[in-house]
Structure formats: structure tokens, C-alpha cells
Design a protein around this ligand. Structure first.
Ligand code: HEC
Length: 355
């Protein structure tokens, strides 16, 4: 049993080793490739900073990672050198002869590690201070309330336009700090847009603050980063950074109530259905629907994603969601709603008017 490995065993071992190497090469390649989820959003976004609230923390992250890796490399190297040195010694010389030499290594190691740790602490404190507040006063303040399992975003009244609220999609102007007032409607969540800032918890009964700023126009993915229940992973959102003119145009449109359905009989039937089956939870401004515990649907079709990032926003996905919310996000606070095919087409025709 314990003899030398025969040829078959050797070739089996070689095959296993080469399979392991191939698997590890595949893993390395997968880790190095930019990660994309189903909708093409990169998942390695925390490795890239998109604004001044995020860049210092990202640099700190890299510096601490580099420090830890070099500590591991130095210790590993010293260990290998020590083993090699001992092996070369005659056996009777291997017992420690003089402890002062060994102690000197310990003193030097402790000294160097303490200096490195204090430097890391100082750098961390400086970084925390530099991201604590923006250098200019925020041009815009938004209130974001976390719900199981979506985000409500309130824009205050501005320039005569009324206040309004949207869900899961936060528009901001580029190149200017935006203050985010964070609340929770139920449990503890955490607001995190890795490319724009560190994470901040939303805590029931407490108001936290955070600021974000985007250097360039684009879509920055955000995610709840505090486990908050069954659909925590499906509690994403997007920050859409736009130049000032595009942002103002968006804001003006969102502040408008929904366009009234008049001519289209199918859509008008859909609106009645909405009023009867959906309005207890959802608001559509400009209609009698004024439910407060679910996303505002006034400009539903202006959003890129629905159900907190779970689906892209297409008419087909909207219907799928309405009929199978409990299959798409089990335990979510929207029930799956049974619709006959004529009800579905009426509701769809109505939802299509919500630009
Ligand atoms: C009991 C309350 C309730 C009822 C009734 C309800 N919904 Fe919802 N709805 C919700 C909640 C809560 C969400 C957010 C779920 C999530 O993302 O986890 C939601 C999400 C949605 C969304 C996605 C919005 C977005 O931007 O993410 C649509 C569209 C929607 N509901 C349509 C409807 C329609 C149409 C009806 C009626 C047929 C309806 N809902 C009935 C509670 C409700």
C-alpha cells in the first residue's frame, strides 16, 4: 500500500495537478477580467473612484492592501531564509546559542511593525477627515429613505417647481457635491455607491448624512450593503450623473404630474384597474392614486430599472413583475397580482402613459 507510486498513480496525480492548475488559471483570469452582472454593470466598481468623496478612501484601501501584502511577503521571505540557514547548520549547532541575537530580531520586528501600524492609523485618520465634508457647500440636498427592499428619493421644492419623489434612481448634477439625508422606514440598511462614496447606514428613528459627487456624467451603481432581509441582494439603485442642463430638464419633468388619460379607452380602463388594485400602495401624482408605502410610479417609464435593480424597465418586465412579484423577489412587500389577459393589456396600456 505504501510503496512507491506506480505509473498509473503518477499519471493520475499529474492529471489532477494539471486540472488544478487549469482551474486556478481560469480563476485568475476570471478575477482579473472586469466583472459584469446580467445587465452589464461592472461588479469591480469599488476599485474605481468616480468623485472626490470616494478617491481618498480608494487610495487608502490600496495603500493598506499594499502594506498588508508586503508584510506577508517579508515575513514569508524571512521564514524561508531562516529555515534554509538552519538546514545548512550542523545538527548540534541548531539549538539557540545566544538569545540576544534572536531578541534583536524580535525588537526590530516589533519596532518596524509599530511604525507601519501608526503610519497606517495616521493615514486612515487623515483620509476620514478629508472625506467627512465636501470642500464646497452642497448644491443639492436629497432625502433617501430605505424601505424593505427599495429606495425612495425625495427632491425638495425648487425654483417654483413642487417637491416630488422617485424610486431607486437618483439623478444628480456632475461636478458638485450633493448632500444625502438618510432615513429608514423599517430596519437598518446601508446606502453605498462605491464609486462615489463610502457606505452609510440608514437607521430607523435616526437621520444620517452622506455626500456624493460625480466627476463625470454616467450611471453609478449603488447597493444596500447591510443585510436587511430576504431581498437584501435585490436592493440596488442607480445614481445618474448629468450635466446641469440635462439634470434641470429631468427635474422639471419629474416634478410634473402624470399626463391624464382621456382618449384611449383601453388605457382609461387600465387606470380604473390601477385605482382599484394598486392605488392603496402606489402614488401616481395628478390622479387619485396616493398610496405611500411603495415606489411613486408617476414617471415609471423614465426609469432604467424596476424593482430596485431586479429587472430592466420594459413593458414585458413590468407585467412580469406585477404578476410574479413574489417569484421575482420572494417576500417583497408587493403581492403577485393575478390579471386576466384583457386586464393585463389594459393595465399595460395605462402604465405606458407614465413617461
Ligand atoms: C401591497 C402594496 C402593493 C400593491 C397592492 C401593489 N404594489 Fe407595486 N410595489 C409595491 C412595493 C412595496 C414595491 C417595491 C418592491 C421592491 O422593489 O422590493 C412595488 C413595486 C412596483 C413596481 C416597480 C416600480 C419601480 O420603479 O421599481 C411596479 C411597476 C409596480 N409595483 C406596479 C404595481 C401595479 C401595476 C399594481 C397593481 C396591479 C401594484 N404595483 C400593486 C407594493 C404594492
Amino acid at each position: 500500500m505504501h510503496g512507491r507510486p506506480n505509473n498509473a498513480e503518477r499519471s493520475g496525480a499529474a492529471a489532477r495537478a494539471s486540472r488544478a492548475m487549469a482551474a486556478s488559471a481560469a480563476w485568475t483570469a476570471a478575477l482579473m477580467a472586469p466583472h459584469r452582472d446580467a445587465r452589464g454593470a461592472p461588479l469591480d466598481y469599488f476599485l474605481h473612484a468616480g468623485g472626490p468623496a470616494a478617491a481618498p478612501s480608494m487610495h487608502l484601501g490600496w495603500a493598506l492592501a499594499a502594506l498588508s501584502m508586503s508584510v506577508i511577503a517579508i515575513i514569508a521571505l524571512l521564514l524561508v531564509l531562516a529555515i534554509a540557514r538552519r538546514r545548512r547548520m550542523p545538527v548540534d549547532a541548531r539549538l539557540p546559542q545566544d538569545e540576544t541575537v534572536a531578541l534583536r530580531w524580535i525588537y526590530a520586528g516589533t519596532g518596524i511593525s509599530s511604525v507601519a501600524l501608526f503610519a497606517a492609523l495616521a493615514y486612515t485618520l487623515v483620509t476620514l477627515d478629508s472625506v467627512a465634508a465636501p470642500s464646497r457647500a452642497p448644491a443639492l440636498t436629497l432625502t433617501v429613505t430605505a424601505y424593505d427592499w427599495w429606495w425612495k428619493v425625495d427632491y425638495a421644492e425648487a425654483g417654483g417647481a413642487p417637491a416630488f419623489s422617485v424610486a431607486n434612481e437618483i439623478h444628480i448634477p456632475v461636478g458638485t457635491p450633493v448632500k444625502i439625508v438618510l432615513k429608514s422606514a423599517d430596519v437598518i440598511h446601508a446606502f453605498w455607491v462605491p464609486q462615489l462614496a463610502g457606505k452609510t447606514q440608514t437607521i430607523p428613528g435616526q437621520i444620517n448624512e452622506q455626500w456624493i459627487e460625480a466627476d463625470a456624467p454616467g450611471v453609478y451603481r449603488g447597493q444596500c450593503s447591510q443585510f436587511c432581509g430576504a431581498q437584501h441582494a435585490h436592493m440596488a439603485f442607480e445614481v445618474v450623473a448629468q450635466d446641469a442642463a440635462a439634470f434641470d430638464a429631468w427635474r422639471r419633468e419629474q416634478a410634473q404630474p402624470a399626463v391624464r388619460v382621456t382618449a384611449d379607452a383601453l388605457a382609461a380602463h387600465g387606470q380604473e384597474l390601477f385605482q382599484a388594485r394598486c392605488a392603496g400602495c402606489h402614488t401616481i401624482r395628478g390622479t387619485e392614486a396616493n398610496g405611500a408605502q411603495a415606489p411613486d410610479l408617476t414617471h415609471l417609464n423614465s426609469r432604467r430599472l424596476i424593482a430596485a435593480g431586479a429587472l430592466t424597465n420594459t413593458p414585458g418586465h413590468q407585467l412580469d413583475w406585477i404578476r410574479h412579484a413574489q417569484r421575482i423577489k420572494p417576500d417583497s412587500l408587493m403581492p403577485s397580482i393575478a390579471l386576466t389577459s384583457s386586464e393585463a393589456s389594459a393595465l399595460s396600456a395605462y402604465l405606458a402613459t407614465l413617461h
